[in-house]
Design a protein around this ligand. Structure first.
Ligand SMILES: *[C@@H]1O[C@H](CO)[C@@H](O)[C@H](O)[C@H]1NC(C)=O
Ligand SMILES: *[C@@H]1O[C@H](CO)[C@@H](O)[C@H](O)[C@H]1NC(C)=O
Ligand SMILES: *[C@@H]1O[C@H](CO)[C@@H](O)[C@H](O)[C@H]1NC(C)=O
Ligand SMILES: *[C@@H]1O[C@H](CO)[C@@H](O)[C@H](O)[C@H]1NC(C)=O
Length: 303
């Protein structure tokens, strides 16, 4: 009997094999194969993260950090999903499948594990969303969408049940394109098998945002190539909010960005974050709900 995944994998494999749909220029790989390998690159990262890190931190470590057993059990369940995604994509790609790399997740305790899980699930959600427009085969798109909603629920669970924030801070999710996504994943990848297919991606220089990160506040944006006269672009859902970079990287975060997880890239222009315009980033920033709620609930208590 075929499992659900086997059916999906068979469908996607048939799609990949049968559809030289959008083979760009001669010599270029089928775009759907490229996208599935890009997705598999991220799934390998997530799978290795849960497998290796949860082997280090047992239920006792989670209890000591203040998390009941069911929190770790859910993370184990999430790790199982990521493994299933790896198996599914590997099967769909057959001998074109990219292999697992070596990683440095920088996890030193249960709290950094949880922060990294939140980072990776957010990247997964935004990566599948950003890649959707480039998938040519409808079956492949359905399979990718089906994984996307699960990544999104993982992300929502970590940010709400575990971190006690808002699991759905805005009415749209944030798409990230290939190079933006790779820029977030690359620092965790230390080396890959030389036999892996090359992906058409590059990492932008890292960007940082420091200070009181909240709409209306002035923060400092830094990174290689970042200078005054450029713009900080805040990606929140389907909207991008631009703010000029002043002296010493000072930027006033637009009020409209709202709260929750937001990505910031530095752009040379104030109306585009196309790769050609991007100088550095994305940086990941979290604006707590309380920072906006405080004003709404008790305007009289404002300092
Ligand atoms: C994905 O689609 C967008 C919009 O059409 C395009 O700008 C981008 O170059 C495409 N990316 C790839 C890797 O084909
Ligand atoms: C990403 O970076 C690669 C390598 O520099 C580049 O060829 C490509 O156009 C960039 N953009 C996209 C959408 O892939
Ligand atoms: C920028 O930083 C330099 C060095 O810290 C300082 O001397 C200068 O006053 C700063 N400029 C502004 C406009 O804050
Ligand atoms: C964007 O930059 C152009 C100059 O490049 C300027 O004329 C325009 O006013 C700017 N728009 C905003 C909203 O800052």
């Amino acid at each position: 009997m075929l499992t659900k995944y086997a059916v999906l994998a068979a469908t996607a494999a048939a799609a990949v094999a049968a559809a030289p749909t959008k083979r760009a220029a001669a010599g270029q790989a089928d775009i759907d194969v490229v996208i599935l390998n890009y997705a598999l690159t991220l799934e390998h990262l997530e799978n290795a993260f849960y497998r290796d890190t949860l082997a280090t931190y047992d239920a006792g470590a989670f209890r000591a950090a203040g998390y009941p057993d069911w929190v770790r059990q859910r993370f184990v369940e999430i790790g199982g999903h990521e493994k299933a995604h790896v198996d599914f994509l590997t099967k769909a790609l057959g001998d074109q499948a990219t292999a697992e790399c070596k990683y440095n997740f920088g996890v030193t305790d249960v709290n950094t594990f949880i922060a990294t899980a939140a980072l990776l699930e957010g990247i997964g959600e935004s990566a599948y969303l950003g890649a959707a427009q480039n998938i040519t085969n409808p079956s492949t798109l359905t399979a990718a969408g089906s994984i996307l909603t699960v990544e999104s629920r993982h992300q929502g669970w970590v940010s709400s049940s575990v971190l006690q924030g808002d699991g759905f801070p805005r009415d749209t999710s944030t798409p990230l394109n290939f190079n933006q996504t790779y820029s977030l994943a690359a620092p965790l990848i230390t080396s890959c098998p030389s036999t892996n297919p090359a992906l058409p991606v590059k990492a932008f220089p890292a960007a940082t945002v420091t200070g009181d990160v909240c709409g209306g506040k002035t923060v400092t944006v830094a990174g290689q190539g970042v200078q005054s006269g450029q713009y900080a672009a805040f990606l929140a859902g389907l909207s991008v909010y631009y703010a000029p970079i002043g002296d010493n990287g000072s930027v006033t975060i637009p009020q409209d960005v709202g709260y929750g997880r937001i990505y910031m890239v530095v752009s040379k222009v104030n109306n585009s974050i196309a790769d050609d315009n991007v100088v550095a980033g994305p940086a990941v920033i979290d604006i707590p709900l309380s920072s906006t709620q405080a004003e709404e609930i008790s305007p009289l208590n404002k300092n």
